[in-house]
Design a protein around this ligand. Structure first.
Ligand SMILES: C[S@@+](CC[C@H](N)C(=O)[O-])C[C@H]1O[C@@H](n2cnc3c(N)ncnc32)[C@H](O)[C@@H]1O
Length: 244
């Protein structure tokens, strides 16, 4: 397994709380797909269903390993797994390991785009609040892990998972990758796991990830790409083949 390296110190830091903003994105942005969009609806419904499933039934909805098996298979080490309880690990449905290129440091701010049930966000929360008491972590705005998610039911599960993990520095916000509801230069590290392949306007989502990144920060994406023939990858209206 590759060795996990610490994430370098940021060039700029701030103690200002990272609160969601009502307007966001570059001035030229034409806005994200609306929830009436059929593809977005199919994706939303699929993940609403995943959020409502009991963790032991999650695997039935995905054609790759989920939960603890997924985490271990993707190289999350014992040091990272120990940051979240087994009940939280069971909710994992990521496709890669966004922490492999480097870990966030204590006191840094991390954004997890498309956080799902919040497993990566909560691992990040454990790392950025390392060495702090619960009171310090809750009161220290710069030491924050933010999860951003499209599905309200996934958000609810992420908040419940934060309670299970005792993660006081984790915050979960509803929104879309293509229009992040955060000010410019808010985060030291932006991660995402299995989400960009679902986003229709990928250039806009990437531009948004870089807009909210502080100078010297890093974007670490884990995702899947099609390497076969494009014709073999027809959109499935029901969303069943979303990952193919
Ligand atoms: C494969 S899951 C990954 C969840 C989580 N990152 C993990 O590793 O367990 C993809 C998640 O992205 C969310 N999602 C899909 N499109 C999105 C978008 N445009 N903006 C924000 N989240 C989105 C889905 O609701 C779903 O929870």
């Amino acid at each position: 397994m590759p060795k996990l390296t610490p994430f370098p110190a940021p060039v700029a830091t701030t103690a200002t709380p990272i609160s969601p903003t009502t307007s966001s994105g570059p001035a030229t942005s034409s806005g994200p797909a609306t929830l009436g969009d059929p593809k977005l609806q199919a994706i939303l419904q699929r993940f609403q269903r995943a959020a409502r499933s009991a963790p032991q039934d999650l695997q039935e909805l995905f054609d790759y390993p989920t939960g603890e098996a997924g985490l271990r298979g993707l190289g999350y080490g014992e040091d990272l797994l120990a940051l979240v309880p087994p009940a939280v690990r069971a909710c994992y449905c990521g496709v890669g390991n966004p922490f492999l290129p480097g870990l966030p440091r204590s006191g840094q701010a991390v954004l997890d785009i498309g956080c799902g049930a919040g497993v990566d966000t909560l691992i990040a929360a454990g790392l950025v609040s390392a060495g702090q008491t619960a009171g310090q972590a809750a009161g220290q705005a710069a030491c924050q892990a933010q999860g951003l998610e499209l599905s309200p039911d996934m958000l609810q599960r992420a908040r419940e998972n934060a309670r299970l993990a005792g993660a006081h520095s984790a915050v979960f916000t509803e929104g879309q990758a293509e229009a992040l509801p955060f000010p410019d230069a808010s985060f030291d590290l932006v991660i995402s796991n299995g989400v960009l392949n679902l986003v229709q306007d990928k250039p806009k989502a990437l531009a948004e990830a870089y807009r909210v990144l502080r100078p010297g920060g890093r974007v670490q994406l884990a995702d899947q790409v099609l390497t076969g023939r494009r014709e073999a990858c027809q959109w499935s209206p029901g969303g069943e083949s979303w990952a193919r």
